[in-house]
Write a protein that binds this ligand. Structure first.
Ligand code: ZN
Length: 100
């Protein structure tokens, strides 16, 4: 895992996230280097958010594509595993867009 600026994330993911969205991290499908980049401009990660983004990006490293819902959703992903570990997702959590 490495920290990256929003500009580096945009360059690595093919563009800026949609309006009102924040790219929290990126990883490429089956990246042989196993690199996950996390947004270094986000300073208020909650344990749940950090778990969610890491689980999502590691899913891409494993070869999982985006899905309509669940942890691999590109926007408003949800992780029962992270809720079990860190408690319910905050209701006021910002709209996030972990993208590959
Ligand atoms: Zn993704």
């Amino acid at each position: 895992m490495r920290w990256a600026s929003p500009e580096q994330l945009a360059a690595g993911s093919g563009g800026e996230p949609g309006q009102g969205l924040t790219t929290m991290g990126i990883a490429h499908l089956r990246d042989p280097h196993c690199v996950v980049l996390l947004n270094d401009s986000v300073t208020d990660w909650t344990p749940y958010e950090f778990c969610l983004v890491i689980e999502h990006e590691f899913g891409h490293l494993k070869g999982l594509p985006h899905a309509a819902s669940g942890v691999m959703a590109p926007v408003d992903a949800h992780s029962p595993d992270c809720e079990a570990a860190f408690g319910p997702a905050p209701e006021d959590a910002p709209v996030t867009a972990p993208v590959s």
